[in-house]
Design a protein around this ligand. Structure first.
Ligand SMILES: [Zn+2]
Length: 509
């Protein structure tokens, strides 16, 4: 049962009370600044918080600080209320899902042997049972199968729901993350009410509501070199529904070592790809990509954007491939790569190379026989959280607070926003000049910048982007191209940091 323990229940309600009081206190403070300390002291007295350090910090807070704190506390409050509601719902629901697995040595998959389909199963699966290629024998294989879905996002949601609908007996669901509002346009099994709760549990609840026969094992953990081989060997098949290079290599190597097929999907902007690795003597991911790409060339959905329906299409196809592997129907995408172009409405399939005898992990004499440090190997994080580039030296960067002072002092400068024009339509700072990073080295743009510097009689350029990654690359590019005695810096953390620290009316996207 989801958070069934009454102690957890009580402590959750206490947290909500605390959080609500915070929200109320800070709301009042926004209007009655002088009374704030009294409210806060009263709060401390009533709830016996011993945080005098916090109190002394808050005495110096500005109205902007308080508004930010208020937003943070309100979001926390909504997330806690959602958790409580979920808990109440699960108490009234017979089809509850198990608590998320946090200790990996404590989970087991109960083997399902399906000798006969029950009357209920025949009725439920009747439309696919009458397909000659599947039939009752194929359905029994599905009921006895266990599939691990790594990533409960845009690809994981459609895969999970179709595999559950088709009757796959056990689904393992891995995701370290919690549901956020920006997930909902593509991660369609989560709901507004589940913002703040574990994605693995959220997908589990949706899946269980559709087909209560399916065993659900949600894992609230990151897949790491330590955890992967504790989980993967227990499942028949793995779906890679993640979106970063380090996890692709980790999953690939773990699946080769554990000898499991890996159905690999990806989606970005309007395009998707799909293939199966390590199946029936076919290649693995390393056979095709022995070396990881440079981290700065890799774009994920958070940076590049994605139309929600595109991972929807690829995720459904991942479920289809999994069903074919389990039942032995048709021909799979092993040794082939399916390419989907959503804008043109086109599918293409290209032949992939066959297994490489010299592959480091699946070759005849593999050099990788245990899992390595994949973040180090790829030079990139295995999560899209805190994906900060460090290209520039400290003296080439300024903080949002320092830039605010420059604006307030009216120091002459050029503010160069290097995002795409569509992003400036979402939000921008006054007087920003827009030259997207990809066009920054073009001669006409360099000429324009030189002319602006000369007409404003300034040497100062501040580059701005969404999170402070592209702005660093822009500074490096401009230093190369302008070749003069200029003061070119980037604004650390970009508009996101500006929204957090300076102006909370700027939307974060
Ligand atoms: Zn290989």
């Amino acid at each position: 049962m989801f958070l069934q323990n009454s102690y957890e229940n009580r402590s959750l309600i206490q947290n909500i009370l605390r959080s609500t009081i915070w929200v109320e206190i800070i709301k009042k403070e926004c209007y009655i600044a002088s009374k704030f300390q009294e409210f806060f002291k009263l709060y401390l007295k009533v709830y016996s918080m011993s945080s005098n350090k916090y109190l002394s910090q808050m005495e110096n807070w500005s109205k902007e600080d308080l508004i930010r704190e208020l937003q943070k506390r309100e979001e926390e409050n909504i997330a806690l209320k959602n958790q409580l509601q979920m808990m109440k719902n699960s108490e009234n629901d017979n089809n509850t899902i198990p608590s998320s697995v946090k200790e990996l040595n404590s989970f087991a998959i109960l083997p399902k042997v399906c000798s006969e389909l029950s009357k209920e199963e025949v009725a439920r699966y009747s439309r696919q049972l009458i397909l000659p290629e599947l039939g009752p024998s194929g359905q029994k294989k599905l009921v006895a199968a266990s599939v691990l879905i790594v990533g409960c996002g845009g690809l994981g949601c459609p895969s999970a729901i179709y595999l559950a609908a088709a009757g796959v007996g056990c689904l393992g669901l891995i995701d370290y993350d919690t549901v956020e509002k920006s997930n909902l346009h593509r991660q369609i099994l989560h709901t507004e009410k589940r913002i703040g709760i574990s994605k693995a549990s959220s997908v589990g609840m949706s899946v269980k509501a559709l087909n209560s026969n399916v065993d659900i094992i949600p894992f609230d953990v990151s897949l790491t070199s330590e955890t992967a081989l504790q989980i993967i060997p227990k499942f028949d098949l793995v779906l890679d529904c993640t979106d970063n290079v380090a996890t692709r290599y980790l999953l690939n190597d773990a699946c080769v070592i554990a000898n499991k097929p890996l159905v690999s999907g990806s989606a970005l902007r309007y395009e998707g790809q799909l293939t199966i690795y390590h199946l029936g003597g076919g290649p693995c991911f390393r056979c095709i990509h022995p070396k990881p790409p440079p981290p700065e060339t890799v774009t994920n959905c958070s940076d590049g954007g994605v139309l929600g329906v595109v991972p929807g299409v690829i995720g459904c196809l991942q479920a289809l491939e999994a069903i074919k592997v389990i039942t032995g129907m048709g021909s799979t995408l092993s040794e082939r790569l399916l390419l989907f172009d959503g804008l043109q409405g086109m599918f293409r399939t290209v032949k992939l190379r066959s297994r490489k005898n010299t592959c480091e992990v699946c070759g005849d004499e593999p050099s990788i026989t245990q899992l390595i440090d994949y973040e180090q190997f790829c030079g990139a994080k295995a999560t899209d959280k805190d994906k900060g580039l460090r290209v520039l030296q400290k003296h080439q960067r300024i903080s949002v607070m320092e830039y605010k002072e420059i604006v307030d002092r009216k120091t002459t400068h050029i503010l160069l926003d290097v995002r795409l024009p569509v992003e400036l339509e979402i939000c921008s700072l006054p007087n920003a000049v827009n030259i997207p990073l990809k066009d920054i080295k073009k001669l006409e743009n360099i000429t324009t910048i030189r002319e602006m510097l000369s007409s404003l009689q300034t040497q100062k350029i501040y580059c701005l982007c969404r999170r402070g990654n592209d702005s660093q690359l822009a500074v490096s590019a401009l230093q190369e191209e302008l070749q003069g005695d200029y003061d070119i810096r980037d604004i650390v953390g970009g508009l996101t940091e500006w929204s957090h620290k300076i102006d909370s009316t700027i939307p974060i996207y």
